[in-house]
Design a protein around this ligand. Structure first.
Ligand SMILES: [Zn+2]
Length: 359
């Protein structure tokens, strides 16, 4: 099932709503119209926050494909080549900085234009709780200010990776120590913070905080893995992981026949050949098709035309290509044509072993 819903495109970046955001909106539609307006403000603020990150990223030569909006914040999907510390610092700080600039602009506009505004944070909270009622204009101006103040502060001053504050912290550390070391320190700090957030969310029954705690914990762990894999796998020869056992079958072969041949020949991957072009089907692709449809589905309907990698390619680059095309295996082309297949699982195994000997 598709989990993102595309809204529009700006600067060549797709803005998409995650399905949980839509459910979140629906929940509030039934509760309160004023709340829906605040939610729209939140959604706009998050989008502009993420766009600020993305524009700085683009300025530093990083491709940004889309921004996905979740109820707890946004995520910009970038071409994940490892960043240098200074560009990462600028990129991370750009989002919260935008929120603060907007807050200052609102404060100045309130002064200059005499806009209706609630200065106190506790008053704003009383309005949200429904115990204090104010004119709509006051609600909108104040909500824009406080939502952006919240987004900026929460993202910048919590030094927990993968939040912005954590990235600012890590990139600042990486300017004085090596990248993996900096990530290790930032991850430890993030784990401690996520533990406190977790306990605090339990005491206060705050579900959003609980989600953030879990998000920070797993985000920090995978951030360290990512930094480590970039370092440890950079010089591991890809050629050692190439699987040379594969099948070549006609594209019209049905999945049940193909699977039987895979089992008989102990292979995990099939190439289909039409003329000069080769397409790839792995066991993972077959597994995604319901078993009841195997008899009727030809290989050609799930085969993927993938650009082959070379045996000399660095493994981190290959992993990024796999993530980009959403596949678990890629063909490898040697000097004399097809050299075999590289599997993400095989790379993961090597990484686990290297990690053990490195920690
Ligand atoms: Zn951000």
């Amino acid at each position: 099932m598709q989990s993102n819903w595309k809204l529009f495109s700006i600067f060549g970046i797709d803005i998409e709503l995650h399905i949980t955001f839509i459910l979140f909106i629906l929940l509030f539609v039934f509760l309160d119209v004023d709340f829906l307006l605040i939610l729209l403000l939140l959604f706009t603020s998050i989008t502009l926050h993420e766009l600020s990150h993305s524009l700085v990223a683009k300025h530093n030569g990083i491709k940004v494909k889309r921004i996905v909006l979740l109820p707890i914040g946004g995520m910009a999907a970038m071409d994940e080549a490892q960043l240098k510390p200074y560009p990462e610092f600028k990129m991370a700080i750009a989002g919260p900085l935008f929120n603060y600039v907007l807050c200052i602009a609102i404060a100045l506009a309130v002064q200059a234009l005499n806009l209706p505004f609630m200065v106190s944070w506790s008053d704003w909270n009383l309005v949200l709780e429904g115990t204090l009622s104010v004119p709509l204009a006051t609600l909108l101006v104040s909500s824009t200010f406080w939502l952006n103040w919240l987004l900026g502060t929460f993202n910048l001053f919590l030094p927990a990776i993968p939040l912005d504050g954590g990235r600012v912290f890590r990139s600042a550390l990486a300017m004085v120590t090596d990248y993996v070391n900096a990530t290790r320190i930032a991850t430890t700090v993030s784990t401690v913070i996520s533990l406190f957030l977790f306990l605090y969310s339990l005491i206060t029954f705050n579900i959003i905080l609980l989600i953030i705690a879990v998000f920070v914990y797993f985000g920090a762990v995978s951030e360290l893995d990512y930094a480590l894999s970039n370092k440890l796998l950079a010089h591991f020869p890809l050629s050692k992981l190439i699987r040379k056992r594969y099948l070549v079958l006609p594209p019209e072969t049905k999945l049940d026949t193909a699977l039987a041949e895979m089992i008989a020949s102990h292979t995990l991957v099939i190439f289909t050949k039409t003329g000069k072009s080769m397409e790839l089907v792995s066991l993972y692709d077959i597994r995604r098709v319901p078993k009841s449809k195997w008899k009727a589905t030809p290989l050609s309907s799930i085969a993927r035309k993938l650009r082959p990698v070379r045996p000399s390619d660095p493994i981190p680059k290959v992993l990024r290509l796999m993530a980009k095309s959403g596949v678990e295996a890629l063909p490898v082309r040697g000097k004399r044509g097809l050299a075999g297949v590289i599997f993400r699982d095989d790379i993961s195994h090597v990484f686990e072993v290297l990690k053990m000997s490195n920690t």
